[in-house]
Design a protein around this ligand. Structure first.
Ligand code: PRX
Length: 665
């Protein structure tokens, strides 16, 4: 664990500051820095009292909790644990009988531009009906259900229906492979899969059900009793008699009323697999009560949500952002939200801007990668520039998933927000459940590229390798000193790994280790994330483990002897995957090398998913190793960047190998 040189290089000084407008401060829920400081002071003074108050005000409890935080089995913290609630009731039923019931909950825009609107009342009926279908097939509280769906309203319905009956969902992003799906089904012990025949992306019809069939066919998935198939397109797909049913078949004759099942606050609402430092993805387990509280509250705080807002988070439900800020948060907060099936570049790269105009979007939340690619497109073609669309409905902009470089920030601020919309640069993780550090639109002066300050109640700090605080202006390791309600509860099936990964003994066992490096500015104490300090890469905002990709490569046993994967900076995707490979055959050259590289990329796509395909593949007769046999990754990182190796190579067993690996073919 060390802060890398590239991370330290990015500790650039940023002097531009954009304070919120007076009007914004006046109208905001958290109004001005005084408002922010008052909440922080409340949390400092009476930590449990602060969270108890918020949980009472923001969550509908079937049975009120009497205990706020139980630390007796730390780091397996429990929040509100004797309280009972239902997450779906908190997102839907709560609005019935209020003016929100006939409000549009979801504006769905399909890949081909077709728009459908669904009110809260209608959504409740659809979720209830699907919940009844699950119940009829014996799916019950505590069962795990795997969701492998396109970015459609039906995906959200599937998640909400699980929550309604107390089943724990595990959503797998539609870009993951059959193998990845099979591994997650086995690890979670899922009883059912909810999928779709095909998905539509960028005008293309891509299979989903066929991948499910392939995954289930790989064996070990005998726990699966039912596969529900949403017919997104007219094209037929294979259906296995006795196991598979279409949505229509499952819903036939089912009532549109279904009483929500109250569960304990600590009941696992979902498991979401994410990449870590080892080859095996981690099943991040989230609670119901604490998670829901933070999903709702961060909608109110970070986005300063107003009843008339039209909220749009562009993330897929396969990622945590799509869980908290599509499937749960906006509904719990009673918002009207846009759900978009397609991709930002179809039918052209003006799609996002055209959609903002079409639906009068007021809060727009997306990833830096998308912004960077749309900048490039707009610079190349005036027809897709945001200027071509009326973006006057926008009030607040958001960024998530990776550091946003100040140039992209400024472009977003000027060209999309017209210098009147604050940008909330939200730092958080799959494990944190919701935002951790972010500016508040009516309070925090903005600094491009900085996620500014922790939310009230989030005790973030920067420490050294043994957990001691370090002064502002010095880069270090980002930790959180106290638990918070929406934090990861454990790693499914692996509590030991949970402890080791997030509460390492070397740091005293009590600090939550985010896995990122950070630095606080000397003047304002603002946080700037400097990047991961472990073997996790962030490619286009997608989290990938280097070991995961290495394992995939070496599992091609007929070809690969050894592989090492590192990240290198990339203007568009943030980081790019670079693989160094030793083959079990003589060094390939020219076309042969190209063909093998393609074969290996396709292999990784099959093993993990297309998002894990290495951008660069370099072949060598060996890897740079110390005399004790350890691969020197820092050298590989320099080679991947195309830099001259300036590090000390005296401990290297085979220095000549550097020249060979330095050759990008
Ligand atoms: O490195 C940080 C980066 O994304 C990681 C978490 O990835 P994931 O669990 O997939 O969740 C992404 C969506 C919340 C973090 O450890 N990251 C996320 N947001 C930011 C960020 N880095 C810098 N600035 C951010 N705003």
């Amino acid at each position: 664990m060390s802060t890398s040189t590239s991370a330290m290089e990015s500790l650039l000084v940023e002097n531009r500051v954009f304070p919120p407008s007076e009007a914004m401060v006046k109208a905001a829920r958290v109004s001005g820095m005084d408002g922010y400081n008052a909440l922080c002071a409340e949390a400092e003074k009476d930590f449990e009292g602060f969270w108890a108050r918020l949980a009472r005000e923001n969550v509908v409890w079937n049975k009120p909790f009497t205990r706020t935080l139980d630390e007796s089995n730390a780091p397996f913290y429990q929040w509100f644990d004797d309280g009972e609630l239902n997450a779906s009731a908190n997102c839907l039923d709560k609005h019935i009988g209020t003016p929100t019931e006939n409000k549009v909950a979801v504006i769905f825009e399909a890949d081909d531009g077709t728009v459908t609107k669904t009110t809260y009342k209608e959504l409740l009926a659809r979720v209830s009906q699907f919940a009844n279908a699950l119940k009829a097939d014996g799916v019950k509280k505590g069962d795990r259900v795997l969701v492998y769906m396109p970015m459609t309203l039906e995906g959200v319905i599937a998640m909400q229906a699980c929550a309604r009956i107390g089943a724990t969902h595990s959503v797998v992003f539609g870009g993951f492979s059959a193998k990845a799906l099979q591994e997650r089904i086995i690890d979670a012990g899922a009883v059912a899969v909810i999928t779709s025949n095909y998905q539509m992306r960028g005008g293309k019809e891509l299979p989903l059900k066929a991948i499910v069939d392939e995954g289930l066919g790989m064996g070990g998935c005998d726990t699966i009793k039912t596969v529900y198939v949403y017919q997104r397109t007219q094209t037929a797909c294979n259906m296995v008699a006795g196991r598979d049913k279409t949505f229509d078949e499952a819903l036939a004759g089912k009532s549109t009323e279904c009483a929500p099942v109250p569960v304990g606050a600590e009941h696992p609402l979902f498991i979401l697999y994410t990449s870590g430092s080892t080859g095996k993805p981690k099943g991040v387990q989230h609670s119901t009560g604490g998670y829901l509280l933070w999903a709702k509250l961060t909608m109110d705080w970070t986005f300063d949500l107003k009843p008339e807002d039209v909220f749009w988070c562009t993330a897929d439900i396969g990622w945590i952002t799509g869980h908290t800020y599509v499937a749960y948060g906006p509904l719990a907060a009673g918002a009207t939200q846009i759900i978009f099936e397609g991709i930002p570049t179809f039918p052209n790269a003006g799609r996002f801007w055209q959609m903002i105009e079409r639906h009068k979007c007021s809060i727009f939340y997306t990833a830096p990668t998308a912004i960077r690619s749309l900048i490039k497109a707009a610079e190349g073609d005036a027809a897709v520039h945001p200027d071509r669309s009326d973006l006057s409905s926008l009030r607040i902009l958001g960024s998530v998933g990776e550091p946003i470089n100040p140039e992209a920030w400024m472009w977003y601020y000027k060209n999309v927000g017209h210098e009147k919309c604050p940008i909330v640069d939200t730092f958080w993780q799959t494990e944190t459940g919701g935002h951790m550090m972010t500016p508040l639109p009516g309070a925090t002066p903005l600094v491009p590229g900085s996620c500014t300050l922790p939310l009230p109640g989030i005790m973030a700090a920067i420490v050294d390798e043994v957990g001691n605080d370090i002064p502002n202006g010095t880069g270090g390791i980002l930790v959180v000193k106290r638990p918070w309600p929406s934090m990861i509860r454990t790693i499914w099936n692996d509590p030991e790994r949970f402890k080791k990964s997030y509460f390492p003994e070397e740091m005293g066992g009590k600090l939550y280790l985010a896995g990122d490096g950070a630095v606080r500015s000397a003047d304002r104490g603002y946080f700037r994330i400097t990047g991961r300090i472990d073997d996790v890469l962030n490619v286009s905002g997608h989290r990938m483990g280097t070991m995961e990709i290495e394992s995939a490569l070496v599992s091609k046993t007929d070809l690969v002897a050894e592989a090492a994967v590192v990240g290198r900076p990339d203007d568009l995707t943030g980081e790019a995957i670079c693989a160094f490979v030793v083959l079990k055959r003589p060094m390939p050259k020219g076309d042969e090398a190209k063909a093998i590289a393609k074969e290996l990329r396709d292999w990784v796509a099959k093993e993990i998913g297309p998002i894990a395909k290495p951008k660069d593949i370099r072949f060598g007769e060996n890897l740079p190793k110390t005399r004790s046999g350890k691969i020197m990754r820092r050298l590989l990182r320099s080679l991947a960047k195309g830099e001259a190796v300036t590090q000390d190579t005296s401990t290297l067993e085979n220095p000549a190998i550097l020249d060979q690996l330095g050759q990008a073919y």
